[in-house]
Design a protein around this ligand. Structure first.
Ligand SMILES: [Zn+2]
Ligand SMILES: [Zn+2]
Length: 255
């Protein structure tokens, strides 16, 4: 089995000029990948990329939470029913970039969590500098959620353990490879292999040794190599394990 990029933004402007070439190059090396929405337009754009080996997740990022209303939620619900959509997100809380007031972030988060429970779809969580509130909200939903991915994990190891205890998956991006990211590597240490995922968050956060470039989904190979070494397992079995995890959490067991 090859690797999966469980989270990328191929509909980003930064792929505008060579989107198809970027997808083709990555699919030559990966089993499959997931294109994530930030708002309704980017979710719609992600849906257009769906094909064999490309799935979509649709939703509203906390950056845009202030715009969330019943009409927008209805739009997300409709998009969620389209072929190739395997989850809702990214949703959550971002207190580092507080582009929407915290009350709006919580409101949009709850609206999408209820939708995910209603539609029985797994969710992708964006949590930045909001550990306590994010944990409090999610722990109320844990029993009803189909599955949950803590994307681009950036919290202390203590929270990795707490989210694993809720039954969630922890997804690491390229920043785990950065020299100063010891906190992330400490978090890797406490996540069981059967709850680990890898992602790029492309076009952002290209891992070492390609740091600073536009991140391509297949660069997830570098992140996987880093984490496999930290875990003391060979890269092939790490790929098998994390890809099986991705199938499980996204409900693609038939693959
Ligand atoms: Zn995010
Ligand atoms: Zn993202």
């Amino acid at each position: 089995m090859g690797l999966v990029d469980t989270h990328c933004h191929l509909q980003s402007k930064r792929f505008h000029d060579d989107q198809e070439a970027a997808i083709t190059a990555s699919l030559e090396r990966l089993d499959w990948l997931v294109v994530i929405g930030d708002d309704v337009p980017s979710s719609e754009a992600g849906l257009k990329l769906v094909r064999e080996q490309v799935y979509a997740v649709v939703g509203v990022h906390p950056y845009y939470a202030k715009d969330m209303d019943d009409a927008m939620l209805a739009r997300v619900r409709t998009l969620a029913g389209e072929p190739g959509v395997i989850g809702l997100g990214e949703m959550g809380l971002d207190y580092f970039n507080e582009y929407s007031p915290r009350e709006d972030q919580a409101r949009a988060f709850h609206m999408q969590l209820e939708l995910a429970c209603d539609l029985d779809l797994p969710i992708v969580i964006h949590n930045r500098e909001a550990d306590a509130d994010c944990y409090a909200i999610l722990s109320d939903y844990a029993d009803r959620l189909k599955g949950c991915i803590m994307h681009c994990f950036g919290s202390p190891a203590e929270y990795a353990e707490k989210f694993v205890d809720l039954g969630f998956y922890i997804s690491f991006a390229g920043n785990v490879t950065f020299a100063k990211a010891q906190q992330l590597r400490d978090a890797v240490a406490v996540v069981p292999l059967d709850r680990l995922l890898v992602e790029t968050d492309a076009p952002y956060l290209a891992p070492v040794p390609v740091r600073g470039k536009r991140c391509e989904p297949w660069y997830v190979e570098h992140t996987a190599a880093c984490i496999a070494a930290l875990k003391g397992v060979d890269v092939d079995s790490f790929a098998d394990q994390t890809t099986a995890n991705a199938h499980r959490v996204y409900g693609l067991t038939q693959l």
